[in-house]
Design a protein around this ligand. Structure first.
Ligand code: M6R
Length: 594
């Protein structure tokens, strides 16, 4: 969702910013640009395409202060002109977010001006140029008071030997070292550059220069923000010999599960307090996080025997949700930044719900609105498609539901030690699954299909939705996740010889029912493959359809293994179709706008 990087120090700024943008490219990759400041002169290089398209022109940018941007277009198509930075007069800016009232501001302040770009962001630089009268902070404050929407903005001004920052609802971190200052959307940009970082709060401003970063609150009073360790290191971002981050991150799923189990102990006490009077749970999130929420719903219902609903965050935030006394909302987000999820959590909190964040980002907008944070310890996830973070979420949600069950003394209650041991027992099986599951043949079938349907029942249906999302996201093949039993109520009409169904079967009691769906697809000449850990099912179907066997596990923990299988399937299919699995078209990793 756009990445921004700022540098001011003693080194040439452009190469530092270029490196930071490369590490932030998962946030958007349709155009990129850098502006530098050298003795009061601002130079800009910007181009449509990936950050690498800047490599040659960035070399010509001189100066020890600069700002950069990698874009995921919201307003204005990807083009050289719409790429950031936008420069007018003494200013250049880069922006992550959306200025919702840009048309109104343009009509009010610049009715007769032809803007250079079709972006919402250009209004920021125009306003700065208009309101600046020698005091940069005052100009920032004045402009910020006019803007509606969300923004993390970096500004260079010909009169200031450094850069400025303003922040509202879009993330930005700042940090400083020996004679240099940095700002960025996210920690990986500063890997190897900055060991300690501070997270700016909404309404904050900052001035960054070779003498350090000064932070100001919304009233322009100096403000102190907590310094935290930047855990992103060059080593943590290395591909480790893998062809893509997606491959590397699928292989890291076992450690994501294991580390999440360890991290859970830290919050168990606090979580118990928050759960004390809870009688009902609503789970919310977007995309993969919502899909893991569907698994969590089943956990809470079956372990704690408590009513649980799963709601897509973008829907939840715009309805009038019923939050009764004793309602807890579990908000799931890998990034902790997803605007819909953060706003859903805020709404829930304002209506009196307890809010539990399940996130891979311990210091994020989501954690700020939560009563307790259940950590997902998956490490940085760079590939746009979520993989190991899903695994971590399932582990965290399993333990959360088990804790709720134990507090309510339900039959599924067990000691947390046992619940953790159950997940740890799956870890070697998961290691084996990610390393050895052979998806090549099925990937060939999917790559040739016009459409792929992922089918399952109960918990397998939740994984079917995730399999479908993963496949469509990185291969662009039309795909749907469907409850196996629903097929005959409509979707079967779509089946023909060009369609493929992937049926997930991990519940012995439902196997025969799911095999009916297999037969129904075969009868309509569709192709079918089955992912299963049910021995009888594998025996019955082998020879009839391709069967991919995953290791047996307790039913509730099967998503750890079946999701890894569908992730691998999506990855292999993307490779056959020569898609870049790490950077699928039209997408970005963190969606910080609506
Ligand atoms: O950071 P979040 O978990 O809040 O992100 C939510 C979705 O945008 C995300 O899961 C998206 O669906 C993934 N790209 C799916 O692989």
């Amino acid at each position: 969702m756009c990445g921004i990087v700022g540098y001011s120090g003693r080194a040439a700024a452009a190469p530092v910013i270029y490196g930071g943008l490369k590490r932030l490219e998962y946030r958007g990759y349709d155009s990129a640009g850098i502006a530098t400041l050298d003795g009061g002169n601002i130079s800009v290089a910007k181009k449509q395409g990936k950050v690498s398209s800047l490599e040659s022109c960035a070399e010509n940018l001189s100066g020890e202060t600069g700002i950069g941007h990698t874009r995921w277009a919201t307003h204005g198509k990807p083009s050289d002109t719409n790429a950031h930075p936008h420069a007018i007069g003494k200013f250049a800016v880069v922006h992550n977010g959306i200025i919702e009232n840009y048309a109104e501001l343009k009509a009010r302040y610049f009715p007769d001006t032809d803007f250079l770009s079709r972006t919402d962001s250009e209004i920021i630089v125009r306003l700065l140029d208009k309101f600046y009268s020698g005091n940069l902070l005052h100009a920032l404050k004045e402009v910020s008071s006019l803007l509606k929407g969300s923004y993390a903005v970096l500004v260079i001004c010909a009169d200031f030997k450094g850069f400025a920052v303003m922040k509202y609802k879009s993330p930005v971190i700042v940090g400083g070292g020996r004679g240099e200052s940095f700002a960025a959307s996210d920690a990986p940009a500063l890997a190897g550059l900055c060991k300690k970082i501070s997270i700016l709060e909404d309404g904050d401003f900052a001035l960054a220069s070779a003498s350090g970063v000064k932070i100001y609150d919304n009233n322009l009073n100096p403000a102190a923000r907590q310094k935290i360790i930047n855990r992103a290191t060059a080593a943590s971002l290395d591909l480790n010999g893998c062809a893509h981050y997606m491959q590397k991150e699928i292989l890291e799923s076992p450690s994501a599960a294991e580390n999440t189990v360890k991290a859970f102990s830290r919050v168990q006490g606090k979580l118990k307090e928050v759960f004390a009077d809870v009688a009902r749970v609503i789970i919310t999130g977007c995309g993969t996080a919502y899909n893991s929420g569907l698994v969590a719903k089943r956990y809470i219902e079956s372990f704690a025997r408590m009513p649980a609903e799963a709601e897509i965050a973008g829907e939840f935030r715009y309805k009038n949700p019923v939050i009764t006394t004793g309602t807890a909302v579990i908000a799931i987000s890998q990034s902790g930044e997803t605007a819909d999820t953060v706003e859903a959590a805020k709404l829930a909190k304002s209506l009196g719900a307890k809010v539990i964040a399940v996130t891979n980002a311990p210091y994020s907008a989501l954690t700020l609105v939560s009563d307790v944070v259940v950590p997902v310890a998956a490490g940085h996830e760079i590939c746009v498609a979520a993989t190991k973070s899903y695994t971590g979420q399932i582990a965290a949600l399993y333990l959360t539901a088990k804790l709720l069950a134990s507090l309510n003394k339900k039959p599924a209650a067990q000691t947390m030690k046992n619940a953790k041991a159950e997940i740890c027992a799956i870890v070697p099986l998961l290691t084996d699954t990610v390393a050895h599951t052979d998806m090549d043949a099925l990937a060939q079938v999917c790559a040739r299909a016009d459409g792929v349907y992922f089918l399952g029942r109960d918990i397998d249906y939740a994984v079917a939705l995730e399999g479908s999302l993963k496949l469509k996201e990185i291969t662009y093949i039309q795909s749907e996740g469907y409850p196996a039993g629903e097929l005959k109520h409509g979707t079967l009409a779509l089946i023909d010889e060009n369609k493929t169904a992937v049926v997930i079967i991990t519940d012995e009691n439902l196997a025969i029912k799911c095999e009916n769906a297999v037969e129904q697809v075969l009868s309509r000449k569709g192709k079918v493959a089955v992912i299963t850990n049910v021995t009888g099912c594998a025996r019955r179907l082998k020879g009839k359809v391709p069967v991919i066997e995953i290791p047996p596990s307790p039913k509730e923990l099967s998503p750890l293994l079946s999701a890894a299988a569908v992730q691998l399937l999506a990855y292999k299919t993307a490779l056959i179709l020569e898609r870049n699995p790490d950077q699928p078209r039209n997408l970005a990793k963190s969606v910080t706008v609506e």
